[in-house]
Ligand binder design. Structure first.
Ligand code: ATP
Ligand code: MG
Length: 516
């Protein structure tokens, strides 16, 4: 599929607020914690953030680390920093203190901005320049200088990074992905596909340190929507926010959707304001997707992408989400690539493009693809190769109509005997069992087959799961070699902040002393 280059190469992130202020300065840009900020005020505050950074002696290329929950101040920083050529580096607040400090080091932070809950980190940061935001993060509101205007410094290039975003660390250590103006100019084209416009009220509840949260927030602001920003995921409260604020659009990861649909009475609420719920960032099981369809009765669309692709590069449209319709099988698909994205499925060994139906590695060529990882030339070369096509590490295949079906991450694939088993397929079948609330399928060591398929399941509240009975139940539903050989029942699965099951962590006790 040839990519259509419709990306404006002269775009800069600073254009977002300049255009919005010109079009409708008094419209609400962000609602947070009962307060609202207009586009004009957001622009002024972003200018103050930039002035504060300049005042501290930061300039082009400086890294500004942000450690805090979602708040308007992070958006101010993100939109303000490019005015002096500085790069925002938001860190995952669920990391341990040691991991956070290692990433501050990795980023070579010129400044660390700490949210109030993280003030205790200050001593551990030694002589690094630190700004501790007070209550309400009044970090730069009383900056001594006047706000800087919404433009980039002279001589800036579309390839100057604006955001250094660490990967989720699902398969290894988090890597700092460099995202420049150019990557966002491509992502912003997605707004047209997400039915977001000036009339939208968009929920941004996913963390802004993850591409799902920050990418969605930027698309919504660029489209002139009102962003309802949420700091903590508390399922009942989040449903209240969605209905009280008459949210029209949202992006939520599958793990959060699963929590929302489990809230008693969720389906009985009035969801008539909803125009779209986007989901993605990790696989969703068939059982979870069905509950989401039944609960919200709203247009759903799936997106697939990664930090390295500035988020969404494929989309499964609402029309393809009818569980009882003729296209129901498409609900297992991640949809089709956007017109400006070239997506191929190749044999990872030879790089040769594979025909429809054949499973291989997903590779991406697009303006949305990063130029590389911060200070990791080897990993950059491994990810981008000679051809600049991103090796996603995801396995999948196309159908005849260009729909992408992700089978799983290559690293999570189970090789049992000579057969490849993709855990997500087995998880999807098990997720349909009425007593199963959550499930992960992994490979565990097996003398005869190399690896054997194991299911780790979490029972629904009040239910008990008998492993043998579950194995009997699944027998007629799935091919013999894919069938779990054993079932472990646990209270919860280890997940990272974007809701991804940490398969590495789950596998490790079984592989202790064996190695994988
Ligand atoms: P790391 O690269 O550090 O191991 P990570 O890959 O989980 O972590 P992200 O960039 O946040 O970090 O996630 C991208 C990955 O998320 C994709 O490569 C893919 O495996 C998974 N993913 C994203 N969207 C979807 C989707 N719609 N369906 C299935 N998997 C998805
Ligand atoms: Mg990755």
């Amino acid at each position: 599929m040839a990519a259509q280059s419709t990306v404006a190469t002269d775009f800069r992130l600073t254009d977002i607020l300049r255009e919005r202020v010109a079009a409708h300065p008094d419209q609400t840009a962000v609602s947070f914690d009962g307060a609202t900020v207009s586009y004009r005020e957001l622009d002024r505050r972003a200018g103050l953030a930039a002035a504060a950074l300049a005042d501290l002696g930061l300039g082009a290329g400086a890294r500004v680390v942000f450690i805090g929950k979602n708040c308007p101040e992070f958006l101010e920083l993100l939109l303000g920093a490019p005015r002096i050529g500085a790069v925002s580096v938001p860190l995952n607040i669920r990391l341990t203190e040691a991991d956070l400090l290692a990433l501050v080091e990795d980023a070579d932070a010129g400044l660390v901005v700490l949210g109030p809950e993280f003030a205790a980190l200050r001593p551990a940061l030694g002589d690094r320049r630190v700004l501790v935001a007070g209550d309400g993060y009044e970090a730069w509101r009383d900056a001594p200088a006047a706000p800087l205007p919404s433009s980039v410094p002279d001589g800036s290039s579309p390839d100057d990074p604006v955001l250094q975003l660490y990967t989720s660390g699902t398969t290894g250590l988090p890597k700092g992905v460099l995202l420049a103006h150019r990557q966002f100019s491509a992502l912003l084209l997605a707004a047209g596909h997400w039915s977001i416009d000036t009339g939208s009220t968009a929920l941004v509840a996913m963390p802004l340190f993850h591409i799902g949260g920050v990418g969605y927030a930027l698309v919504c602001l660029a489209a002139g929507a009102r962003v309802v920003l949420v700091a903590d995921i508390v399922p009942g409260a989040l449903l209240d926010t969605m209905s009280d604020e008459r949210v029209t659009n949202a992006f939520l990861v599958p793990a959060v959707l699963q929590m929302l649909v489990a809230v008693p009475g969720a389906a009985e609420r009035d969801w008539s304001a909803l125009r779209s719920i986007a989901y993605g960032a990790s696989p969703i099981t068939a059982g979870a997707l069905r509950s989401v369809v039944e609960t919200f009765r709203a247009p759903l669309f799936q997106v697939y992408g990664s930090t390295e692709t500035t988020g969404a590069i494929t989309q499964l449209d609402p029309d393809d989400h009818d569980p009882d319709g003729p296209r129901a099988r498409l609900m297992r698909s991640a949809g089709r690539a956007y017109p400006w994205v070239e997506l191929t499925v190749v044999d990872p060994a030879t790089g040769e493009q594979l025909p429809a139906g054949a499973v291989g590695e997903v590779r991406i060529h697009s303006d949305q693809v990063t130029s590389g990882y911060w200070r990791r030339p080897e990993e950059t070369a491994a990810a981008l190769g000679d051809d600049g096509r991103l090796r996603t590490g995801d396995a999948g295949y196309f159908d005849e109509d260009g729909y992408l079906f992700l089978t799983d991450r290559i690293k999570d694939m189970i090789v049992t005997g000579a057969e490849n088993v993709y855990p997500i397929e087995v998880e999807s079948v098990l997720s349909e069992h009425p007593d199963v609330a959550d499930v992960a399928v992994i490979g565990v060591p097996d003398e005869r087959w190399g690896e054997a398929v194991k299911a780790v399941v979490v029972p629904r509240e009040g239910a008990t799961i008998d492993p043998d009975a579950l194995l009997d139940w699944v027998r007629p539903l799935i091919a013999g070699y894919k069938r779990p050989r054993s079932v472990d029942v646990v209270d919860a699965l280890p997940r990272n902040p974007s809701g991804k099951i940490l398969k590495r962590e789950l596998r490790s006790p079984y592989w202790a002393g064996v190695g994988r």
